[in-house]
Design a protein around this ligand. Structure first.
Ligand code: HSE
Length: 289
């Protein structure tokens, strides 16, 4: 049986709004079992996630090949829904790969990126799940391009609130226009962030992660724990803290050898969600035969 494995993603990293993301070692796996008369996807995600052809994975595969032979599928996912960790991206990419495998489409990573961005909308969300590591990406509504590079040794201390935040709600709060000065400061910080990552300079990259004025300043009111975590994280030695994707998850990037100690400190905050200590996934989409 073939198994498709897709990592979670964390987009933006502060000033890299809609253009920078990383893959995280938290996975969705999809096993393709036997053909059957109708589609059935076995999972443990509750009744809100469809088990038939209305499931996002199958819908995506059928968008590529409408007469694809139905199969029994088994999905396991550790990626929480609507938390800013790319759960829809992982499902869409699993669906594209499902069509690729069953329909023998022979898609390249570039092809999969074009399809995924058209379906999901945000290259920073989907590209890291395909390529892995640290990804810079762009989409001009016609073509998407992405470049992946290794991320410096680090751990992503990840706070996942108990409540969902839909990307649509988190985008609706953003203004149409922002002041030129804010755009210049933010895009130049994003540039330095990329250069710092390529040089393996986690400390500078982390400082740049906190210089966003494209989106976090507007989203803060939806995610009051962002400032709370950032303040504490700075005090206990984190390199940088940012809102993961459209939120509500918040990530503090920390040196590997200090991760356990910093996590212990952050867990003292009066917050009710879940903390994870994650590695950056060097690989994206993988097929295990
Ligand atoms: N860059 C996107 C955003 C990612 O922040 O809205 C979420 O899809």
């Amino acid at each position: 049986m073939t198994t498709i494995r897709v990592p979670a993603t964390s987009a933006n990293l502060g000033p890299g709004f809609d253009s920078i993301g990383i893959a995280l070692e938290l996975y969705l796996t999809l096993t393709i079992a036997e053909p059957r008369a109708t589609w059935f996807i076995e999972h443990e995600m509750g009744v809100d996630v469809p088990s038939d052809e209305h499931n996002l994975i199958i819908k995506t595969a059928l968008a590529l090949i409408p007469d694809l032979t139905p199969h029994h599928l088994i999905m396991k996912s550790a990626i929480p829904l609507a938390r800013g960790l790319g759960s829809s991206s992982s499902a869409i990419i699993a669906g594209i790969e499902l069509a690729n495998q069953l329909g023998k489409l022979d898609l390249t990573q570039y092809d999969e990126l074009q399809i995924a961005v058209r379906l999901e909308g945000h290259p920073d969300n989907v590209a890291p799940a395909i390529y892995g590591g640290f990804v810079t990406a762009t989409y001009d509504e016609v073509e998407a391009d992405a470049i992946s590079a290794p991320f410096p040794a680090a751990r992503a201390l990840t706070y996942i609130p108990d409540t969902e935040l839909l990307t649509s709600a988190s985008r609706a709060i953003l203004p149409e226009k922002i002041p030129l000065r804010a755009a210049v400061t933010t895009s130049s910080s994003a540039n330095v962030l990329v250069a710092a990552v390529l040089r393996g300079d986690l400390e500078t990259a982390g400082r740049m992660m906190e210089r966003d004025q494209f989106h976090e300043v507007y989203r803060e009111k939806l995610v009051p724990h962002l400032e709370q975590i950032r303040e504490k994280a700075r005090a206990v030695g984190a390199c940088g803290t940012y809102l993961s994707g459209a939120g509500p998850t918040v990530i503090s990037m920390v040196p590997v050898d200090e991760a356990d100690e910093i996590l212990g400190e952050l867990q003292q905050l009066p917050l009710t969600g879940q903390w994870l200590n994650l590695a950056i996934a060097p690989a994206g989409l993988l097929i295990e035969a």
